[in-house]
Ligand binder design. Structure first.
Ligand SMILES: Nc1ncnc2c1ncn2[C@@H]1O[C@H](COP(=O)(O)OP(=O)(O)O)[C@@H](O)[C@H]1O
Ligand SMILES: [Mg+2]
Length: 372
């Protein structure tokens, strides 16, 4: 299955700013890539340009060595010749056709042989676990079953690339979870290259091999999900990933040997970077602290007051007030904390992120200690 390469792809609609701005992206063969970002950041436009449904203003697109689009060379391979499957958010099934006919119809249009159509429909229905509904009409199926039929219909012609635009957004939470697992399984079994649009960070985290996070048409980070989560390029990326979201502490830093002495209100901390950084003498920073790295322990060095406690059973999300700061924290296990109770916490590990306050860019990860 092909590797997709976007080279300086820009899309400027007649009105408005650039929907996609100089996007460079390589989607490797067999990858499951999510295009992620807030509404309007250019995800759908990018997907449609890969499919050939939208014409870029600038740039080149390759499927392996084949150029399918080039502004300069005047190449534009039509959508039907690109052999991609496209699953839209509103996947309308034909209501007057059975599941079997819904899936077979496209193949008939492609002039497949009758016997080949029959065996392919049978096969894809087995893959999608809808064989028992094959002679039903869409109205006789649940939302999840209809979704599976829509996926089967898209996969039936064996597309080399499967493009999906928020395909699960119309399903309820439980079904959406089931379908996520199904999509991941499908990716394994088909070996196709998947490009998946979502605005839901947890969907992108759980499904993808790589996430392309965009903001206003500009690529912010293209990384495996855990790297995006753990080593965000900038404050936008850090803030977009994770729920509850990362805590951001405004602080002033003073170089102290290879470390940095930080003042956040009355709180004094020491940041020790994991790799050498030459700190300016004095500068403003933003410190990023994931809620799971706020460790509630009896002998913790900082005292906090519980503002709210939200136990899910598996863990508890806390909001804590400490001198000069408010932090969210995650405590694992079935524990509840009384409102206004006093707890103590520490910082542990070396996954705290230091950002440049002016640019918002990540400087380095490091350890965080309470300053003596
Ligand atoms: N056909 C169009 N004409 C003009 N502007 C458009 C068109 N399609 C999308 N846009 C604009 O391009 C930007 C990106 O849109 P889109 O790719 O749909 O974002 P997303 O899918 O990330 O929500 C938005 O500002 C949107 O308003
Ligand atoms: Mg969209």
């Amino acid at each position: 299955m092909p590797r997709i390469k976007l080279d300086h792809i820009t899309k400027q609609f007649a009105k408005g700013s650039r929907a996609v701005d100089q996007l460079d992206l390589i989607i490797e063969d067999g990858d499951f890539v999510s295009l992620l970002g807030p509404s309007g950041c250019g995800k759908t436009t990018t997907l449609r340009m890969i499919a050939g449904l939208e014409t870029p203003t600038e740039g080149d697109i390759y499927f392996d060595d084949q150029c399918v689009y080039s502004t300069e060379r005047g190449i534009n391979v039509s959508p039907d010749k690109r052999e991609v499957g496209f699953l839209f958010q509103n996947y309308a099934l034909w209501p007057h056709m059975t599941v079997r006919r819904n899936i077979a119809f496209g193949l008939e249009n492609m002039k497949w042989e009758k016997s080949k159509i029959e065996s392919r429909v049978k096969e894809i229905c087995e893959t999608m676990r809808i064989s028992e509904y094959i002679d039903r009409y869409p109205a006789e199926l649940s939302g999840g079953q209809q979704q599976r039929v829509a996926i089967a219909r898209t996969l039936a012609p064996n597309p080399r690339i499967l493009l999906m635009d928020e395909p699960l957004s119309n399903l309820d939470a439980k079904l959406r979870n089931d379908m996520r697992a199904e999509l991941k399984r499908l990716h394994m079994t088909t070996g196709a290259t998947f490009v998946y649009v979502t605005h839901d960070q947890s969907e992108a985290m759980t499904l993808s091999s790589k996430v392309c996070l965009m903001k206003q048409g500009l690529l912010q980070q293209y990384s495996p999900p855990l790297e995006l989560y753990g080593r965000p390029n900038n404050i936008f990326c850090a803030d977009f990933m994770g729920n509850p979201s990362m805590n951001f502490l405004d602080c002033t830093g003073t170089a102290e040997g290879s470390a940095l002495s930080l003042a956040a209100g009355p709180l004094r901390l020491k940041f020790t970077p994991n790799a050498p950084v030459s700190f300016e003498e004095k500068k403003d920073y933003v410190l990023g602290i994931r809620p799971e790295f706020v460790k509630i322990v009896d002998n913790g060095g900082i005292e906090g007051r519980v503002v709210s406690s939200l136990p899910t059973g598996m863990d508890t999300v806390l909001s804590l007030d400490a001198p000069g700061i408010r932090l969210s924290a995650v405590a694992f296990g079935s524990i509840d904390y009384a409102m206004d109770s006093v707890i103590r916490f520490n910082f542990e590990g070396d996954r705290y992120v230091l950002f440049d306050k002016e640019t918002g860019e990540r400087i380095e990860l490091g350890r965080l200690d309470i300053h003596e």
